[in-house]
Design a binder for this molecule. Structure first.
Ligand code: HEM
Length: 168
């Protein structure tokens, strides 16, 4: 069982690295490069293709994080009855876990809105008319949702580290 737990923590950390690494790459590398004047014609199409491809990887990572996270809790002796009684969220570990899970839930909602509504709308309007008001509005919204999700992801990692080692 201990070997399985080590494997689960490994899956948890690798999935977090893939999810956050992908966001870092898109925000700090792909978008600044594509903003170059030589890519203006293909900007929307390429960004859309990259977004759709990373969307699958991102959601698979979030699923793996949730499954391995639940397994880690089971290994640490928590069960469904602790959730029902509220014991899961007591003590230092429980409080950090609660904050972490609230942020995880926010990241899931923001990712869903970004990936399945605002992002596709931004692409659709931009392909029709890149300078239209709707195009600018949805692109700005997509950009802000992406940045907010990135900050939330960094906070989740900080809480994950504190979960294991306690508050600083
Ligand atoms: C967006 C999602 C998540 C990210 C980025 C994330 C990140 C992390 C990180 C960085 C650690 C610290 C590992 C270490 O320092 O050893 C950790 C630990 C942990 N996480 Fe998450 N996590 C996420 C979701 C979840 C979820 C949904 C749960 C529970 C349902 C969860 C439960 C745990 C537990 C129990 C540990 C302690 C692992 C151990 O036993 O050592 N995590 N997480």
């Amino acid at each position: 069982m201990h070997g399985l737990y080590i494997f689960s923590v490994w899956v948890h950390i690798v999935s977090a690295a893939v999810w956050i690494g992908g966001m870092v790459f898109i925000i700090l590398v792909v978008i600044p490069v594509l903003r170059g004047s030589e890519y203006r014609e293909i900007y929307t199409g390429v960004l859309h293709r990259i977004g759709v491809r990373f969307r699958l990887l991102g959601w698979v990572s979030l699923l793996m994080l949730t499954v391995s996270g639940v397994f880690n809790l089971l290994y640490r002796g928590y069960g469904i009855s602790d959730l029902q009684s509220g014991r899961l969220f007591q003590g230092e570990f429980g409080k950090i876990l609660l904050h972490k899970l609230v942020l995880v839930a926010s990241a899931l909602v923001i990712s869903a809105v970004h990936d399945f509504w605002v992002g596709p709308k931004a692409t659709g309007f931009s392909l029709r008319d890149p300078s239209s008001r709707e195009s600018l509005r949805f692109r700005r919204m997509a950009s802000w949702l992406g940045r907010i999700n990135f900050v939330i992801a960094l906070l989740i990692v900080a809480l994950g580290v504190m979960l294991v080692r306690g508050y600083p």
